[in-house]
Design a protein around this ligand. Structure first.
Ligand code: ASP
Length: 308
């Protein structure tokens, strides 16, 4: 049996130097949280949920607490979790006032006959299950409120400028993939989305195959970056398909990022694990914070070895 392993990321983008320590420390803590679940006999699914919850609770990242704001100043989050054993998945999109969207996504998978619930319906499920809530003031990071206020000071901002600015900033979405002792893989992703997005906008992070994909026969992959481009190449499933065709996980994530850039001029990053416990990290943004652990070793970084 391959050795269990878990890898997390804290988003692809340009991460200012002064934020590198917080991003790497947050990833390290999340990897430890995920590993605690795995070493306590938990499944890969438990581990990726625990890791992503830790990242959602850390205001450094754009997910849960620390989420960015929509154009109208609200917080709308997307999350997705997938079980590689059964190919079951659960997701929520444009959900508000939920403290840990990843746990709500898991509830969609386990407690409803559905895969994806949006907005108020997802919030109603959270309420029914008594999941912890948080209002926008608690969810938004102060630095994002300041950025948002500056952007709107002189009236509606120019959309092209907003996109250029969003792409130049860290995107900070979070994700995790894991392989457990039983040989099962799982993937989880959670985000506040893209800066200044329209209310109701749903990104890759809520969509199976785009934000994440997991299949025990192959491995698991999670994406981050400019969602509108990631979803057009169904990037996580594409990377899994490359693995199924025989590429190593590292070559597969690199090939998927190359495809993203060549076909849709996209920006983003991927982490992946294959069913043997080998991992891959790739991005075409200047940075992507990551951490992985197999219990014996824990490594943290802010850039993939092969990134350009
Ligand atoms: N992929 C996310 C989205 O487009 C953003 C990110 O990865 O930071 O919603």
């Amino acid at each position: 049996m391959p050795q269990p392993i878990l890898i997390v990321h804290g988003g692809a983008g340009t991460i200012p130097e002064e934020r590198h320590p917080a991003a790497m420390e947050g990833c390290r803590r999340a990897a430890q949280a995920g590993w605690s679940a795995l070493s306590a006999g938990g499944s890969a699914l438990d581990a990726v949920e625990a890791a992503v919850r830790a990242l959602e609770d850390d205001p450094t990242f754009n997910a849960g607490r620390g989420s960015i704001m929509t154009r109208v100043g609200t917080v709308e989050m997307d999350a997705l979790i997938m079980d590689g054993t059964t190919l079951r998945a659960g997701a929520v999109a444009a959900v508000r006032r939920v403290r840990n969207p990843i746990t709500l996504a898991r509830a969609v998978m386990e407690r409803t006959p559905h895969v994806l619930l949006v907005g108020p319906s997802a919030e109603a499920l959270a309420e029914l299950l008594g999941l912890p809530t948080a209002d926008d003031a608690e969810l938004v990071a102060p630095r994002d409120r300041e950025r948002w206020e500056a952007l709107w000071r002189n009236g509606p901002p120019d959309l092209r400028e907003v996109l250029a600015q969003a792409l130049a900033e860290p995107m900070d979405t979070v994700g995790a993939v894991a392989l457990d002792a039983a040989g099962h893989v799982a993937a989880a992703v959670s985000t506040g989305g893209m800066s200044n997005k329209w209310p109701g906008r749903v990104g890759d992070s809520a969509l199976i195959g785009c934000g994440a994909y997991a299949d025990d026969r192959v491995g698991a992959v999670v994406a981050t970056g400019w969602g509108e481009t990631l979803m057009r190449v169904v990037i996580s499933k594409t990377a899994c398909d490359f693995m199924a065709l025989g590429l190593t996980v590292q070559t597969a994530v690199e090939a998927a990022i190359r495809l993203l850039e060549e076909r849709v001029d996209g920006r983003g990053g991927l982490i992946g694990v294959d069913r043997m416990g080998r991992i891959g990290i790739a991005h075409n943004t200047p940075h992507m914070a990551w951490a992985w652990t197999n219990g014996e070793t824990l490594r943290v970084g802010i850039r993939a070895a092969t990134s350009r």
